[in-house]
Each structure stands twice: as C-alpha cells, then as structure tokens.
Design a binder for this molecule. Structure first.
Ligand code: TRP
Length: 350
C-alpha cells in the first residue's frame, strides 16, 4: 500500500527557544511545507516527563506552549494550510502509546541512550514517563501514519524505535490487519527520518564543541529567539574565537570549532555555503566578520522576535490556532484509532 507522504514533528515546550532550534529544526519545518502535508506538534505531554522544576510548573508549561506555537508561526509555518497543535488536546496520543507499550520490548527501551542521559545516575528516581518517552514519540508519529519525520541527530535512535514498533505491530497483528482490508498486511508505515545536516548543528557561543542548549548556565552561550538586537550584538561580540584570522578554505575550519560554528551560523542564516562565507571573510580578523554576523543575525531574527512578541501578547489568538489545529489533527487521529482498535480486537461503538 502506498502511504500518503506526510510530515510529523514535535518540539517540547520547555523554555527558551534559541538559534539552534531555529536553524536545526524550524527552518526545515518551514521548507517542508512546500512539498508535504505537515503536522507540527508542541509536545506538552513529553515536557512533563522531567521533574517539575525542569519544565517550570503549570503556568510556565502553558506559557512555553504558546511561545513555541508563536515561534512556529513567526518563522513562517502556515497553521491554516498545515496543522499546528499541542499534543495533549488529542487523546489518541496517549491511547496509541498504551497499545504501543504492549508492542515495544523492555530490552529496546533499555538501549535508548537519551534515557540514560536524562535519567542520570539516580535512575530509581526517574519518572516512568521518561523511560516510556520514545514509545509516546512513536505514537505521535504513527497516530497520523506519518511517513517523514524531520529531527536532529540526537533523535535518530528514537526514530529507529518508532520503525521497530510499527514493524512489530504490523507483524503481531498481520492477519487481523489483512482481515480489516489492508491486503498487504501493512497498517503503519515505517517512518523515515529527515535528519538535518551537520551544517545546521549550532554550537555554544562559549564552547564550539558543545551544542547550543537551553540548559547551559550561561545565557551568553546561546542566542534566544526573543533576544533583541542589542543582546544579539553583545553575545556575538563576546563569542569565543581564537587568535588566528579566518581561513580561506573550509578545511581550515576543521581544527577550529568556534570559528567553524560562527561561519556555519552565518552560512545558514544567509543561505549560502561556508566556502562562500570564507571567500568574503577568509584572511580577515574576527572583529569585522562578527560585525557582519551581527547584521545577518539581526536581519533574520528581529522580524521573528517582533512577530513572536505580538503573538504572545494575544494568548487568545494563539489558543484558537491550537484548538483549530487540534480539531483537524483529531479527525485524522480518530480514524487511526478506530482502525487500530478493530485490528487489536477492542470493541467500540460502530
Ligand atoms: N523527542 C523530540 C525532541 O526532543 C520531540 C518529539 C516528540 C518528536 N515527539 C516527536 C519529534 C515526534 C519528532 C516526532 O526533539
């Protein structure tokens, strides 16, 4: 059976969206709108898998959910042509996750490297939800029978688990799937990752070997999507560099993570290659390159920050977008749940 090509991705509402989220994920989400039907989900149910002080409690969760939604829209995601909603409004995510809990194996989840990182040393004290996180993620994707999932490198293993779950479900229930009219025995597609390339991996401004992260103690390590022009300029001027002038060839960036990162950010924001950036700035000092980088950052990010500010100031409007998106998502999700229940053998109202 040919599945309709459909994109699904999720972003957690856990505070401070930064340049890494923008270049690594959101820019790609925007682009995919031209070629696919897209569903973009603010995964509030994933956010609460961490201890409350990490996601900030109920008021912060609601605020951050609206802020991620605002960022999507400010960056150019069209919530009318595509679907933007928050996960908890569509009960199918939790329902399908339960069925998948009974398909996924303990051994598979025990191998997830992100769980080991997130649970830390005190594993006894980790929530059951953080262990089960990848199963909920599989449910997110397969509830819409999505075929393509734009994610960063770090989510590759989770996506493989989604494929394993889809495949085992199709196997375990193969006869029933066929009896329900899917003659090839395939009910769930095996979703393909669309991994965003290393060019869009944004590193910390203080340490070019660490990813830019909302959890870094230093705010100077990242450019937040809501930073104003002065803050952006200050952070870039303070960004760590090395004493050498910029190289003229891309190869010269290899042993210089900070230089590589700044050139990469410029290239991604300007929509050109790193080599093209070095053609203009190679051989020159960092100070003049940084001035140009400030200009391109401010030019790209200021309109987004301004639009986000406007949206966040009107929570009623943002909530209406999420409700509308959830209604349209639910129409697809309900159909999947009806079929899935029939396949599993759960009695339901006809
Ligand atoms: N785990 C993803 C992250 O932290 C977020 C996520 C949840 C997701 N569900 C998803 C991403 C489904 C893609 C598809 O980045």
């Amino acid at each position: 059976m040919a599945f309709v090509e459909r994109v699904f991705s999720g972003v957690q509402p856990t505070g401070n969206l930064h340049l890494g989220n923008y270049l690594g994920a959101i820019v790609n989400f925007v682009k995919l709108q031209e070629t696919h039907n897209c569903i973009y989900c603010v995964v509030d149910m994933h956010a609460i898998t961490m201890p409350t002080d990490v996601w900030g409690g109920p008021a912060e969760l609601a605020r951050n959910t609206r802020e991620v939604t605002a960022a999507f829209i400010a960056a150019g995601i069209d919530p009318k042509k595509h679907i933007v909603f928050n996960q908890s409004q569509v009960s199918g995510h939790a329902e399908l996750a339960w069925i998948f809990n009974c398909v996924a194996r303990m051994g598979w989840l025990n191998r997830m490297t992100q769980f080991k990182e997130k649970a830390g040393k005190d594993r006894e004290n980790a929530s059951v939800g953080i262990f089960d996180y990848p199963v909920l993620m599989a449910a997110d994707i397969l509830l819409y029978r999505a075929t393509h999932v734009p994610v960063g490198d770090d989510q590759k293993q989770h996506l493989e688990l989604s494929r394993d779950i889809a495949q085992k479900f199709n196997n375990d229930f193969g006869d029933s799937i066929r009896n329900n009219g899917f003659n090839d025995g395939l009910y769930f597609p095996l979703p393909e990752p669309l991994i965003t390339g290393p060019a869009t991996r944004v590193m910390s401004l203080r340490d070019g070997t660490k990813k830019m992260s909302k959890s870094d103690a230093s705010d100077n390590s990242r450019i937040n999507l809501t930073d104003d022009a002065d803050t952006i300029a200050q952070k870039i001027r303070k960004a760590k560099t090395d004493p050498e002038p910029l190289p003229t060839e891309e190869k010269g960036l290899e042993p210089r993570p900070e230089a590589d990162n700044l050139v990469g950010i410029y290239a991604a924001l300007a929509g050109v290659s790193k080599q093209a950036v070095l053609k203009d700035f190679g051989g020159g000092q960092f100070s003049s390159f940084k001035n140009a980088l400030v200009d391109v950052c401010v030019a790209k990010l200021s309109p987004i920050a301004a639009e986000m500010k406007k949206l966040v100031a009107d929570p009623g409007h943002v909530d209406a977008i999420l409700v509308d998106g959830a209604n349209r998502a639910r129409a697809i999700a309900d159909e999947t749940m009806r079929r899935t229940k029939d396949i599993v053998g759960f009695i339901r109202q006809a």
